[in-house]
Design a protein around this ligand. Structure first.
Ligand SMILES: NC(=O)c1ccc[n+]([C@@H]2O[C@H](COP(=O)([O-])OP(=O)(O)OC[C@H]3O[C@@H](n4cnc5c(N)ncnc54)[C@H](OP(=O)(O)O)[C@@H]3O)[C@@H](O)[C@H]2O)c1
Length: 224
């Protein structure tokens, strides 16, 4: 498919990996709608349409998002927005845990429900999760709030992949890698541009047949 035919919506687009998604989809010729709470100068400098004031923890977006989107049909929707505030056992803050569940687990569900009337046959949805949400892969513990919220969003995505299949919509759970962004205090193995490039390839590969995958930006299939 020609990139110029694609309408792409990125959520959490103002910095980090989300900003890189916007850059790369724009440079491929796609029409990109960038959703964020507040646009950054870097986002404003890109040739995209920006919708500010979109907070993934706001229930109202379930009802008012579709009317804000300037496209009739979304080809690719990527929910990238997320938070990480570290914790370790036994110093756990339950308000922090609830906030992670609200943003990281329920946020993608709100966005997808809000955009549902614009998703249909051939649409692809990517939810940026994390391999630290993998139960099988967990050998180091800590970050209870973040881990639990990403495990939960994996179930959200898996359920959606089943419920949206008959509408012709494919869903992927995406792990970007360990990426140098504000979230990691700029530690990591790769830069945001490499992570976004890998995830765009994974979205290109995604089909109804593979819907429900949990995949690393490098193409590795991840354990649940
Ligand atoms: N970096 C890594 O190594 C890594 C590894 C695995 C998974 N991930 C996941 O990758 C995604 C992007 O992470 P990143 O590293 O690029 O982090 P980042 O630089 O901290 O960016 C996080 C993005 O999420 C947005 N966001 C946070 N809370 C939001 C809310 N309530 N509503 C709307 N937007 C919100 C932020 O917007 P504001 O500027 O408004 O806060 C920002 O655009 C996250 O889902 C993260 O969990 C990252």
């Amino acid at each position: 498919m020609s990139e110029s035919a694609r309408n792409v919506v990125i959520v959490g687009a103002n910095r980090g990996i989300g900003l890189e998604f916007v850059k790369q989809y724009v440079s491929s010729g796609a029409r990109v709608v960038a959703l964020c709470r507040k646009a950054s100068d870097a986002l404003r400098a890109l040739d995209c349409e920006i919708i500010e004031g979109v907070d993934a923890s706001d229930d109202a977006i379930v009802h008012n998002l579709a009317t804000q989107l300037p496209v009739e049909h979304i080809d690719i929707l990527i929910h990238n927005a997320g938070i990480l505030k570290g914790d370790s056992f036994p110093d756990l803050d339950f308000d922090n845990m609830k906030q992670h569940f609200d943003v990281n687990s329920l946020g993608p569900l709100r966005i997808i429900l809000g955009a549902l009337t614009k998703l249909g046959k051939g649409s692809k949805v990517g939810i940026v999760s994390s391999r630290v949400g993998s139960i099988d892969d967990n050998s180091s513990s800590n970050n209870y709030a973040y881990r639990v919220s990403k495990t939960a969003v994996n179930m959200v995505g898996k359920c959606l992949s089943i419920d949206l299949k008959e509408k012709g919509i494919a869903v992927a759970l995406l792990h970007p890698g360990y990426v140098r962004t504000e979230m990691t205090n700029n530690s990591g193995n790769i830069e945001a541009d490499e992570a976004a490039a890998g995830l765009i390839k994974r979205m290109d590969e995604l089909s109804l047949e593979t819907s429900g995958v949990f995949v690393h930006s490098n193409g590795e299939s991840l354990p649940w």
